[in-house]
Design a binder for this molecule. Structure first.
Ligand code: IVH
Length: 684
């Protein structure tokens, strides 16, 4: 490969054209969310530019999209001075304070009419300043104390929605853009899952993760974090006409290639500002990123100038905060709840705290590993987070506030409900009560599940009633529901004769059910509604399902080894078989489902896969064969129907040849699968 040679004019313009194309496609993809070429084509153009730049390093310009992947590791960040300070915002915590803000402005301006405001989501991320000289990104800096920040140019270059070169015909000779870098929820989840898998510390919230990602000295790490940036104002601008209003500013920024938040609106007067607040608050939980409030800005730039600043904040803008999604409180105690599958879940009892719009006094601690990960003790001060309708979580212990008498959380070795030993099997993070149906907690949950709407749908058999029935010893197992005594029922709290009759009618009606509902109702681990339906439709009858081995089970759509294991084991336990018989004896019945045999044209065939398949994983190949009805074997014998030989196939291929068994290559295999899956009829 040539290096350090001088690029000809032709090559230079080729590189420039590639840069421009790639930057445009990048904008279509990350800013407009409307790509025009497939990813593979983008990658091809990208590699073409990369290889030109490798040959001619002088072509590697600051606006080259190849610069987005990150590069050398810095020793530290340089300090930079903001020529125009980056201010902060005053807060309004309720409608009254917002109305007062509007009145202040109108008084000051001696304005009778209503003021026009731009309403923007207050993005919960990190404020950033981006400097463009002659349209090219030349510096990115944090806000710091507003006067001085840190130079994080290498890191901001990796943020896909930040243009490396401004788009459009008329670009300013100098532009300082301000905005927020944040991490959308999906990216946050991904980063934390990866951290957990690597045994590293997780981030408490998306904002901390965004801050942590930008503080990396190695920009390749930043590049691996799916950060986004929305632009919301201009610090300095030269060489083009000034925008006419704040909204016009946003439009211009959009035109130059920046992402501008899509929920921004222009309204008139305080009343409309409040209406915007309610609209956005209602949408908050569905947004794919965190916002912590709304920023209202006077739209007219002339009025903004007249209003000016006070201390560190402009008089023409205010932040209306949403209720916080994180608060501090104290861990008073930990209780252990036992679920339907015996899972013993530690539940934090908290000093009640108002967070995310509701009062929270319980939060799940998930399992023992989570307790260890948080390093939490009873008496600790903790940070509780509740976002939307998500269950409240304890995200962090405030170590500095640990009291002297903080107590370790002792995980029980015996079930708090039935006293059976608590076991933790294999790599399962969950500890379980080993009591099974001996345990009242498991019994109650199993009955509730059995009677629930998507299971046997027994109207009137609600949670409270199930608890009474179990506590009074009237129902001991699922089939007990079908032997309830009318008089005993009528005696129960909040029952009476009429309700007892209604319930008995509902119970009787529930006996005629369907196979999918019945399977789901049994509460087999990992068998949810959809899996129950797939299993029922695949096997058609309870008898077929009972006989199925784990391989046959795995041939069902969406059934992997874990589910197959639980289903298989369920039908191997005598208690469960007794229960099934008892339910059937009590009158529970369902029609079998007719199986469409044409969908499984390979039934009875034995296939062997050997060598490396280039276009498909071995497990995918196996799964597709199984779902067509074939058996997949690991060794070649006279029973083998076909051997699929990928590249570098060895002894199995030799053996097949010796036994005269048909051998097909990957190409033929793929073609045959496609044909079978399409028509359901095997090729001749
Ligand atoms: S305008 C002078 N607009 O909120 C006005 N700020 O306390 C300066 N923020 O540090 C900011 N979304 O990081 C503005 N749409 C938005 C914003 C926003 C989030 C942050 C920003 C700033 C803080 C203000």
């Amino acid at each position: 490969m040539k290096t350090n040679s001088v690029a000809s004019a032709g090559i230079r313009s080729k590189a420039a054209a590639l840069r421009e194309q790639l930057n445009l496609h990048n904008h279509r993809y990350y800013v407009l969310d409307d790509p025009v070429i497939p990813d593979a084509e983008y990658d091809r153009l990208f590699r073409e530019l990369q290889s030109l730049e490798q040959q001619y390093p002088e072509l590697q310009t600051a606006d080259s999209p190849t610069q987005r992947v990150g590069g050398m590791v810095l020793e530290g960040f340089q300090s930079v001075r903001h020529q125009v300070p980056m201010l902060s915002l005053d807060n309004a915590f309720d409608d009254e304070e917002l109305v007062a803000f509007d009145s202040r402005i109108r008084d000051r301006l001696k304005y009778k009419e209503e003021i026009e405001y731009v309403c923007e989501p207050k993005l919960d991320g990190i404020a950033i300043s981006l400097l463009y000289r002659q349209g090219v990104l030349s510096r990115g800096a944090t806000r710091g104390d507003g006067e001085r920040g840190e130079d994080i140019t290498a890191n901001v270059r990796t943020v896909a929605s930040i243009p490396l070169r401004l788009l459009g015909a008329q670009v300013p000779s100098l532009l300082e853009v301000r905005g927020e870098i944040y991490l959308p929820h999906a990216g946050f989840k991904g980063i934390n899952e990866a951290a957990l898998a690597a045994g590293e510390k997780t981030f408490v919230n998306p904002r901390n993760a965004a801050a942590g990602s930008l503080r990396q000295l190695d920009s390749q790490i930043t590049a691996s974090r799916p950060l986004e940036m929305c632009a919301y104002s201009i610090g300095r601008i030269e060489g083009v006409d000034d925008p006419e209003s704040h909204f016009d500013t946003l439009e211009k920024l959009r035109g130059w290639g920046f992402l501008v938040n899509s929920h921004i609106d222009v309204v008139t007067g305080a009343t409309e500002c409040m209406a915007y607040y309610r609209r956005l608050e209602a949408e908050r939980d569905q947004l794919p990123y965190d916002i912590d409030g709304i920023v209202y800005k006077v739209n007219s730039l002339a009025l903004q100038r007249r209003l000016g600043f006070v201390a560190r904040a402009p008089r023409w803008a205010i932040a209306r905060k949403f209720p916080a999604q994180e608060e501090m409180t104290q861990l008073l105690d930990v209780e252990f709840q036992v679920g339907r599958t015996g899972a013993v879940t530690p539940v934090a009892k908290l000093e009640p705290v108002f967070v995310g719009g509701v009062t929270v006094s319980n939060a799940t601690l998930h399992n023992q590993d989570e307790i260890a990960r948080l390093g939490i003790k009873i008496g600790d001060t903790v940070i509780v987070r509740r976002a939307g309708d998500v269950i409240p979580q304890i995200v962090k212990v405030v170590d500095e506030r640990r009291p002297g008498n903080a107590q370790d959380i002792r995980f029980p070795s015996r079930c708090p409900v039935c006293g059976s030993p608590v076991e933790r099997l294999g790599s399962d993070a969950v500890a379980r009560c080993s009591g099974g149906m001996v345990c009242d907690a498991q019994r109650k949950e199993a009955i509730k599940h059995f009677a629930s709407r998507k299971a046997l749908d027994i109207e009137g058999l609600g949670d409270k009633l199930v608890e009474q029935l179990v506590d009074k010893g009237l129902v001991r197992s699922l089939d007990g529901i079908f032997h309830l005594d009318r008089a005993e029922l009528a005696e129960l709290e909040r029952m009476g004769e009429k309700s007892a009759d209604n319930l008995l009618v509902a119970i009787e009606a529930s006996k005629s059910t369907t196979l999918p509902r019945f399977l789901f109702a049994l509460g087999i681990r990992e068998v949810g509604e959809a899996t129950a339906k797939s299993l029922a439709e695949h096997f058609g009858s309870m008898e077929n399902l009972r006989q199925a081995d784990q391989e046959a089970l795995q041939s069902v759509e969406d059934v992997g080894p874990v589910v197959a294991h639980f289903v298989y084991e369920f039908f191997r336990q005598s208690d469960n078989l007794t229960l099934l018989d008892a339910l059937i004896a009590a009158g529970v019945n369902w029609p079998d489902i007719e199986i469409d045999e044409s969908a499984r044209p390979l039934t009875g065939e034995v296939w062997v896969l050997t060598g490396t398949l280039e276009n498909m994983g071995r497990s995918e190949a196996k799964e597709r064969l199984l779902s067509l009805g074939a058996k997949v074997s690991g060794s070649v014998s006279s029973n083998t129907t076909v051997v699929v030989a990928g590249s570098a196939a060895g002894s199995k291929l030799t053996k097949a040849q010796k036994l005269d068994i048909p051998v097909i290559d990957e190409q033929a295999f793929v073609a045959r699968l496609a044909a079978l899956e399409k028509t359901g009829t095997p090729l001749p």
